[in-house]
Ligand binder design. Structure first.
Ligand code: HEM
Length: 403
């Protein structure tokens, strides 16, 4: 490592106050394939350039998701066996078959049909705060929409929404003191979710409703049907992937608009810019910090020789500001086009399944907020999540003119 790039990308402390964009810039320039140590493991390769991330994302047979999972920490084999029941930790051909099945719940038609409902939920969320003049943007606004959308898609009754919220916090929050959990508690939360999902799937199989669980339980693709056990892993993935990411995108984008008043004014003056603005929110915020792959055989990436069994982590927030692709990548520009960002991954078989749903939620939320609460300002310190995986904000006190 050169002196310019002395940064510990593994430590959650590195992300505690802000994304380390200066360090990323330096790494892209001097050490784009960094050898990063970990306290309880053999270390891994940290990729910070856009092109290298695309290379690794696009080839699942060489860069495996199944072998060691998608998080940096190596897990004991029994835990890995459980993790491999989750789509994101599968390689083709299992991944291809399973993804075809679950994709039936995320077709553009199904997502488009959801729009009126997403709008209605968004309106309800804004109604709840609009007369108060101040609130916690994260818990009162940003966290509410993805949670309600995912729970309703999955057919989770309203009385259980809080349970899903709590489980997903415990699953991803074990590096953060506020959630006061441990990796062990994360595993307990996962087990509780498995049991819950199992009950839900069995019930919908017996008595189908108009939700995604019923669609998935009744779908057949090329003679395959989704087993109830397979559904459990999908339930966990959706609850976490659909919640934490979208919540932190909405909070991060609001903060970016507050910090760039000229961009907010531009968007309010020209609401048609919302489409490019949503893509810029995704690029600029990048709610997911990394995903891991494990090498199936020896290969060279970015000029660096790697060995079979080595781990690589793809740093999306860095790829998303790579000057080779975006030029002025540090600039927040709601009209940016083209914008081939990698907030949903660097392409390839695991590209975010919920991308169109996430885009819909983000668009509805900001259309509603910019119209009804156009002068949201900070009203206290922003508290970030301590995590090396999610670029998150836990609390963001705001104030605004009441309706
Ligand atoms: C701003 C919001 C979101 C971001 C930034 C995001 C980001 C990502 C990323 C980076 C991946 C991995 C891509 C890869 O490895 O190549 C992924 C996968 C996935 N996402 Fe999202 N996501 C978001 C919202 C959602 C939502 C709303 C859902 C579902 C309701 C969802 C469901 C999934 C699933 C199921 C996968 C695994 C796909 C696979 O392994 O084939 N995501 N997402």
């Amino acid at each position: 490592m050169t002196t310019e790039t002395r940064v510990d990308l593994y430590s959650a402390d590195t992300y505690a106050h802000a994304m380390p964009h200066d360090a990323f810039t330096s790494l892209r320039k001097h050490d784009p394939v960094l050898r990063q140590t970990e306290p309880a493991g053999p270390g891994y390769w940290a990729l910070t350039r856009y092109e290298d991330i695309v290379t690794v994302s696009s080839d699942n047979s060489l860069f495996s998701s199944e072998r060691g999972g998608t998080n940096i920490e190596d897990m004991p084999e029994d835990a890995m066996t459980l993790l491999r029941t989750i789509l994101i930790n599968m390689d083709p051909p299992r991944h291809t078959k399973y993804r075809r099945l679950v994709a039936t719940g995320f077709t553009p038609k199904i997502v488009a049909q959801t729009e009126p409902h997403v709008r209605e939920i968004t309106k309800r969320i804004v109604d709840n705060v609009a007369k108060r003049g101040s609130c916690d943007f994260v818990t009162d606004i940003a966290a509410q929409l993805p949670l309600a959308v995912i729970c309703e898609m999955l057919g989770v009754p309203e009385a259980d929404h809080a349970k899903v919220f709590d489980w997903s916090n415990r699953l991803i929050g074990f590096d953060d003191p506020e959630y006061n959990t441990s990796a062990e508690d994360g595993r307990i939360a996962a087990t509780e979710m498995f049991v819950y999902a199992h009950g839900l799937a069995a019930e919908r199989k017996a008595r189908p409703k108009a939700d995604i669980v019923s669609i998935l339980m009744g779908t057949e693709v090329d003679g395959d049907v989704l087993a109830e056990a397979d559904f459990d892993g999908f339930f966990i993935l959706l609850s976490v992937a659909g919640n934490e990411t979208t919540r932190n995108l909405i909070s991060g984008a609001m903060l970016a608009l507050i910090e760039h008043p000229e961009q907010r004014a531009r968007l309010i003056a020209d609401p048609a810019l919302i489409t490019t603005a949503v893509e810029e929110f995704l690029r600029y915020v990048s709610p997911l910090i990394y995903f891991r792959r494990t090498l199936s055989r020896d290969v060279e990436v970015g000029g660096q020789q790697m060995r079979a069994g080595d781990k690589v982590a793809m740093y999306y927030p860095s790829g998303n500001r790579d000057e080779a692709i975006f030029g002025d990548g540090q600039v927040f520009d709601v009209g940016r086009a083209p914008n081939p960002h990698m907030a949903f991954g660097g392409g390839g078989p695991h590209f975010c399944l919920g991308a169109s749903l996430a885009r819909l939620e983000i668009r509805c939320m900001f259309e509603e907020l910019l119209r009804r609460l156009p002068d949201i300002e900070l009203d206290g310190p922003v508290q970030r999540l301590r995590s090396n995986f999610i670029n998150g904000i836990k609390h963001m006190p705001v104030r605004f003119t009441t309706e």
